[in-house]
Design a protein around this ligand. Structure first.
Ligand SMILES: [Zn+2]
Length: 269
């Protein structure tokens, strides 16, 4: 069975995963901890600082991360439990010792702040939805680091580029309108790169060598994944004409590379 056919089930899985997670929540596994004790775990620490409360409430009210974890749970087998912790520690980062991805609430507030100053050009949603879109893309980016560690995957080239690639691929394959999610994240990367000194809580951005190249690579993959829907990216000159022609190949090479690595870990549909 090809990986792609499994992932074409992504939207339906997303609905089912949300329902299953909500049922587990309602029957008492809640308080921020995912019901299952294996696979993908979700922990949302109660905020201790007023600045974190906004992000915590955004996550809780949207149930977005419960959906993401539910879809991942339905899609991938893990050799060890992997925890996604939202809280007030350092990050976003994957810690191989703890097998834990940490996403800080202040980082989420930073994203919202950056979006409020300058909404994404692709924005068709509210600022809160765009914030959650960027957070979800970053979750997938950190997940790539976790996969490299947990599955002992070879990485050719920079691991950061490979992580951006998987983040973009999972957004496109698992999320309805996920190409736009990746573009919103890419646009934010570009603006941070252009204005790094003025970015609050810059540690994530610094550690992840934010540069224009990352932005343009993500945009090229998204365009290459669907040249009809994303034709305006080429027509407007966001992607130079010559490069745009190579983007479909760039996307399929990237996608096939990741699917080949992940194939044996993908759960049957
Ligand atoms: Zn990274």
């Amino acid at each position: 069975m090809s990986s792609l056919s499994i992932f074409c089930m992504g939207y339906k899985k997303r609905v089912w995963a949300t329902l299953l997670f909500l049922v587990s929540w309602i029957v008492g596994f809640g308080n921020g901890v995912a019901g299952q004790r294996e696979g993908f775990l979700l922990i949302m620490d109660a905020p201790t600082q007023p600045a974190s409360t906004w992000a915590w409430e955004l996550l809780r009210n949207s149930r977005r991360m419960e959906t993401v974890i539910g879809v991942l749970q339905a899609s991938f087998s893990l050799p060890r439990p992997l925890t996604f912790r939202f809280g007030e520690g350092e990050g976003p980062v994957y810690d191989p010792q703890r097998v834990e991805i940490t996403i800080p609430y202040p980082f989420i507030a930073d994203i919202a702040h950056l979006l409020s100053e300058h909404p994404a050009p692709t924005a068709v949603h509210s600022e809160q939805t765009d914030t959650l879109d960027v957070v979800e893309w970053v979750v997938y980016h950190e997940l790539a680091h976790a996969f490299v560690d947990l599955y002992n995957l070879p990485v050719l080239g920079r691991e950061e580029d490979a992580a951006d690639a998987l983040a973009t691929l999972l957004a496109i394959e698992l999320v309805e309108d996920g190409g736009r999610m990746a573009l919103t994240a890419a646009d934010l990367l570009a603006r941070v790169a252009a204005n790094a000194k003025n970015t609050p809580n810059a540690s994530f951005w610094n550690e992840h060598t934010v540069d224009q190249q990352r932005f343009s690579q993500v945009v090229c993959w998204v365009y290459g994944s669907d040249t009809t829907t994303f034709a305006p990216l080429a027509n407007s000159g966001t992607i130079p004409h010559q490069r745009a022609q190579r983007c479909p190949d760039a996307f399929s090479t990237m996608a096939q590379g990741w699917w080949r690595l992940l194939d044996r870990y993908i759960k049957p549909a």
